[in-house]
Design a protein around this ligand. Sequence first.
Ligand code: SF4
Length: 374
Amino acid sequence: MKELSIQQAATTQGVSRRDFLKFCSMMAGVLAMPKGYSEMIANALANSKRTPVIWLEFQDCAGNSEALLRASRPTVSQLILDVLAVDYHETIMAAAGEQAEAAKKATIDAGGYLLVVEGSIPQGEDGAYCCIAGKSAIQLLEEALPGALAVVAIGSCAAFGGVPATSPNPTGAVPVSTIVGGKKPVLNLPGCPVNPVNLTATVVHFLTFGELPAMDDLGRPLFAYGARIHDNCPRRGHFDAGEFTVAWGDEGHRKGWCLYKMGCKGPVTFHNCPAVQYNDGTSWPIKAGHGCIACSEPGFWELGAYNQADLQRYAPPATYAPVQLPTQKLDPATTGVIGAVAGAAIGAAGVAAYKTLSKPDEEPTPPPARTTKK
Ligand code: SF4
């Protein structure tokens, strides 16, 4: 049977030309490219064949596979399945046993596939903690490496070790990149779970430009992990104004105030959640009223969900008020510098945040009493 291009495959799935172009525009947006690039993406996808994918799953909760399956925006979900020809995914494929292994072997023998790895790799006890079909995760990964174009470590466990690698790390879990050891390019797509839009955008970039997108020093694509959540957070105005939630259900929480004091790690986390959101742009943790837990950062599980992020390390006084100084009084010289550097408005906002964060927490406003209808 003649192999279809991605656009042709999309058409057979009922995706109209209009929806296809809308998808290309959205991908250009997610990839932080100028609008004109959507045409380049459309041309590339109109001529590209689907990318074969081998998806290996090791030590994790399968949350990233779940996230892929939950992408329900019609054109996107169809296109995800059309852009990615997932030849082997032991969790979701219909085949099982020898049939599944045969599908994987055929793809490995053909080469030229994208190797997506979900979950961390246990090195303890010679890899005995995670075995599939009699082979350890280390063996399975090394077996699939030679024919791979590139490796995508999907989710925080694969990218950074995640929960399995948290102290005391009983299985000796390591990130995928440790096992790959430079033999193939590795792109990390952390998140707990990953946002499937970022996986699709990575593949679209690969098909359009023939290379992986630019990455930061943690191997994360800059289009998705280049901006700090705190800088794009819809609650940021409340942070600057010194308006904080100090107890779940208090007045500030009900009014949508900043969640920093509840442990929000937005100031130390780089991810495009505010722009892309989860569940097809429906919501994300901060919008839902819970602070960011830094799930796309290394070692996030060790940070403690309710510990306050260390602003001093990430928020230089030139751009933020010195909110963590161990004094109860404002330093006029400091606030003057802030005003001079950032302007009167930012200076005033900084003073408000300083005032609120540099004094002990006030008694939280109790949530309203629940009334029961009689
Ligand atoms: S601390 Fe969290 S909730 Fe507050 S502005 Fe920053 S990212 Fe948003």
